[in-house]
Design a protein around this ligand. Sequence first.
Ligand SMILES: C[S@@+](CC[C@H](N)C(=O)[O-])C[C@H]1O[C@@H](n2cnc3c(N)ncnc32)[C@H](O)[C@@H]1O
Length: 197
Amino acid sequence: MSPRTLKSLVPRSIRLRSKMRWKNGRWRLATTDRVFLEDVIVPGFLAMDSIRRVLDIGVAWYTRTYPKLFRGVDYWTVDMDPDKQRIAGPQHHTVSATGLTDVFERESFDLVVCNGVIGWGLNRPADVEKGLDACADVLRSGGWLVVGWNDADGHRVVGLDALFDKRFRREVFPPVGADHYIPETPYGHRFDFFVKR
Ligand SMILES: C[S@@+](CC[C@H](N)C(=O)[O-])C[C@H]1O[C@@H](n2cnc3c(N)ncnc32)[C@H](O)[C@@H]1O
């Protein structure tokens, strides 16, 4: 049996747990995309005076420590899965990304982080459009959206660029010097940076 086949027999959650590392007083998942998110993207936004209130969509066991990572800003999370309430921080709502205005004031966030949600539950183009509309509704004018997604079969959403374009324009994220960043991963993960039109 090839090493690749053997690897595929180990559940993803266990494979990911083997990549946990202790750094700066908290456990972190040390995949290249996660390290880039935590070491470059989040600190880059937190260094901007304009970023005071942040919404992070989708919670996982490896994001448990994110209230600490986002220390200093008013950090909120949502997840449509009620089970995630248990591992979420103190400022959390169980709601779909498509229903953000049910629980948050319009134009009340400076940044929305949507990593690993499009193509991981928010899949149908019509739902993605609704979700992006909801992100735009809760963002202030000129607020930032960062989307992390897997440009890979099984996770790629058809027509995504046109869906972004409706309410957002691409923006250069200064720490990266570009409007997107593609870390080296076997699963095609990428980050795209936008501001609300
Ligand atoms: C792969 S995890 C991503 C977690 C985290 N955002 C990250 O940085 O990796 C996907 C999470 O998104 C949630 N999710 C999927 N579709 C969603 C939706 N429409 N609204 C809110 N959460 C959703 C799932 O329940 C799951 O907990």
